[in-house]
Design a protein around this ligand. Structure first.
Ligand code: PHE
Length: 345
């Protein structure tokens, strides 16, 4: 009988060594220790054993049972650890692998220019203000010294929504808004970038474009301040070698008024196709704030003076980045837009 127990133990040891998964281990456990398990059946035969041998056989049986139980527990532990290890390995993240490229959008060239201008003027103590795109005739024209029926209204063909409301044709509309909003009539220093709209229908103009307006009101403001400011503005944006040329012009809300040209950055003023062989590119409208405008918007022209300027941001962005067609700016072509991320300008 002892020999048989030994046999069972050996068989068990051989079998458990072959096992490599938890399910087979459970089956093995049932096979030996279950109700009809080999060892259980053997224990039941104890009754037939000669009484004098029972203690020895009994002890042997218990020993074997304990051994089988502890082997199973140990094997179970080993298998579970192996399983966990395998899981960890299969889920391992290799941080050195190249990642799937996430597409990041790029800043629109117009916004780049706007941000650069804002940074510059904020550094000179200006505030950046906003105005409505759906504007009233009053703010877009009347408060800028352009009463109804004024011939200069023809310079800006407009989209009227009603007889009172229109899409603003110029950011100059914020001049009057800023002056009126400033209740204590203290000095003003603002810029206002934003969208503007005109009823244009030729190849080089778009019905929607962008401008930036500048307005300064204070005591003792002279044309020299305007010139100095625009020089800093244009040199910062287009290069330190840029020169400015002031040509007399007419705007109803400034007196005197100027068209301001910058020296062509492509040919440095020598003459090329970009500047149509003139060496100059027309870029800004500017002038000293008209006394009527000051008066209409609550400022005493005897005490205060000021200057204002306005420029088209689309053209500025085109010159700055060498964009040949304005329509590119509005086509949303990612191939075009993403180029500016690589440009260190
Ligand atoms: N608003 C004018 C235009 O759109 C430009 C301008 C602004 C002129 C400020 C003088 C002063 O043409």
């Amino acid at each position: 009988m002892e020999e048989q127990i030994k046999q069972i133990q050996k068989k068990f040891t051989d079998e458990i060594n072959e096992i490599s998964d938890l399910k087979s281990l459970t089956d093995l456990k049932v096979k030996y220790l279950g109700k009809k398990g080999e060892l259980t059946i053997f224990s039941k035969q104890m009754a037939t054993v000669e009484p004098s041998l029972r203690p020895v056989i009994g002890a042997k049986l218990t020993e074997t049972r304990n051994l089988i139980e502890s082997s199973i527990i140990e094997k179970e532990k080993t298998l579970q650890e192996a399983k966990l290890q395998k899981k960890l390995e299969s889920e391992k993240i290799d941080v050195t692998l190249p990642s799937n490229k996430t597409k990041v959008g790029s800043k629109h060239p117009l916004n780049r220019v706007i941000e650069e201008i804002e940074d510059l003027f904020v550094s000179m103590g200006y505030d950046v203000v906003d105005g409505p795109e759906l504007e009233t005739d009053e703010f877009c024209f009347e408060r800028l010294n352009l009463p109804k029926g004024h011939p200069a209204r023809d310079m800006q063909d407009s989209f009227y929504i009603t007889s009172e409301y229109l899409l603003r044709t110029q950011t100059s509309a914020v001049q009057a808004r800023a002056m009126l909003a400033n209740k204590d009539k203290s000095p003003i220093r603002i810029i206002c970038p934003g969208k503007t709209y005109r009823r244009e229908d030729d190849a080089t103009h778009s019905h929607q474009f962008n401008q930036v307006e500048g307005l300064v009101i204070d005591e003792d403001i002279t044309l020299a301040h305007l010139k100095g400011t625009l020089e800093v503005f244009m040199r910062k944006l287009l290069g330190e070698k840029t020169n400015l040329r002031f040509r007399p012009s007419y705007f109803p809300f400034t007196e005197p008024s100027y068209e301001v040209d910058v020296s062509c950055f492509k040919c440095a003023g020598k003459g090329c196709n970009l500047c149509k062989q003139t060496g100059w590119i027309e870029l800004l409208g500017a002038g000293m704030v008209h006394p009527n405008v000051l008066k209409m918007n609550g400022y005493n022209p005897e005490k205060y003076g000021g200057f204002a300027f306005g420029t088209g941001l689309d053209r500025l962005a085109m010159f700055k980045y060498g964009i040949t067609d304005m329509r590119y700016l509005y086509r949303n072509d990612i191939r075009f837009l993403s180029q500016f991320d690589q440009m260190d300008v």
